[in-house]
Design a protein around this ligand. Sequence first.
Ligand code: F3S
Ligand code: F3S
Length: 105
Amino acid sequence: TYVIAQPCVDVKDRACVDECPVDCIYEGPRMLYIHPDECVDCGACEPVCPVEAIFFEDDVPEDFSHYASINVEFFAELGSPGGAASLGPTERDHPAVAALPAPVT
Ligand code: F3S
Ligand code: F3S
């Protein structure tokens, strides 16, 4: 599967969403998450992210390695909704993401 990492936090460009053929990139308040079982590894999302937040699971940089489980755990409650567009934005980030310092404004 592919993984979205910290550069997405508070950026949420969403270019990746438009590229995904199976609509498996789900929105939280501060970042987006790839569903590990719904992703078909097409890789279309990875090059379009302007902040390079998306990695194949084996290529996640060490600094962001915990984001592999963050993407998985995000779906613990949601299960497999089968489509991000019909689900819409969700109300809760993964706790580790929610706990990140707020952006400087
Ligand atoms: Fe985030 Fe990049 Fe997608 S910023 S929403 S992973 S295009
Ligand atoms: Fe979609 Fe990216 Fe996976 S485009 S199918 S989330 S590799």
